[in-house]
Design a protein around this ligand. Sequence first.
Ligand code: 3LM
Length: 403
Amino acid sequence: MHKPTAGWHADTIAIHGGDAPQDPHGALVAPLYQTSTFVFDSTHQGGQRFAGEEAGYIYSRLGNPTVNQLEQRIAELEGMQAGAAAATGMGAVAATMMAFLQQGDHVVASDAIYGCSFALFDHLFRRFGVDVSFVDMSDLEQTKAAFRDNTQLVFLETPANPHLKLVDIAAVSKLAHQHKARLVVDNTFMTPLLQRPGEFGADLVVHSATKYLNGHGDVVAGLVTGRSEDIELIKFTTLKDMGATMSPHDAWLILRGLKTLPVRMQRHCENALAVVAFLQEMQQAGMISRLYFPGVNQDEQSHESDLLQTQMKAAGAVIAFDMTGGFRAATRLLDQLSMIKLAVSLGDAESLIQHPASMTHSPLTPEARAAAGIGDGLVRLSVGLEHADDIITDLRQAFTSLK
Ligand SMILES: CSC/C=C(/NCc1c(COP(=O)(O)O)cnc(C)c1O)C(=O)O
């Protein structure tokens, strides 16, 4: 039965998006195709399918009905033509970038990105002869100067991991396209509910689906969306041959998580605003030297508040802050919390807190960490779905214990 998907709101696409695999029993939730391979009717059919002469499934690393339903749903949510699913967020980042790179190429990357993305670019890509320039993309002149004749890709996160630095997607996209390069935006911290980078000129949008998209702390996975021809290239070169494809069960769990993404993001953002207000009290009390949250440091970047208005629907629910007492205060605070869990990752129902310098961003060289402004006193908090008062109570008792 044809679905009238045109004109649906994101809240509806999150539940109904993507073609559910046909089920003879009319199951409301499409069955999970937990299979490694698919049986051919004949040798001829098998050959035809491998040759691409006949549509149909072959082997789950080459495509799976449950995974395809998720790929279609995330593409519809991002407003992109197609999607590809990966075993992890890093699988999505790596497969996406490597599909468009070869030895001798150059990449312009933001200096504010997740630690393992930095490591992929700064260690692995260099080993294979791809050069990467890390730039402060809030400085468009510096960004422009970084381009070379062999620049093929531009990569950024906004808001960036770990301290929520914002980048003007449209401005960087213009620079990328002037140099005939593709722009890849990692939209993990926002999700398509709060930001759709394709609307501002991103060619490819990647996600750690581990985070908000799945949202329940029980899956590690990745997704990428873009134009059909780019997604096909990623699927049938790097993803297929690197083997970084997503399991059908993970896809099935993410499809279930996505159904509540709109209401979860609303609650995450409401909670985050209440927690920011409390942390501002701690800042006024001198226990926090700097608070990072989109729109909070108005003096810092008035352009930041413009971007919050133009490319984002809300500020999100990840907060970072520098402890006045540095590493020792940060360590004591994190070790004092009880309901808020001391763990990396973000975007889960559970509030999570961690220490970027020694954890998520430990792969950065000391120089890169300094350039990105990631100090030893920096703490990153992912605000969960608990009652805001209970989150604040836990934070308050931990801060009080430092006095
Ligand atoms: C070991 S640290 C835990 C992971 C964290 N981040 C992951 C991440 C990835 C990579 O996504 P996976 O491969 O699904 O973890 C890609 N892009 C962004 C913006 C990310 O934050 C973290 O806690 O900041």
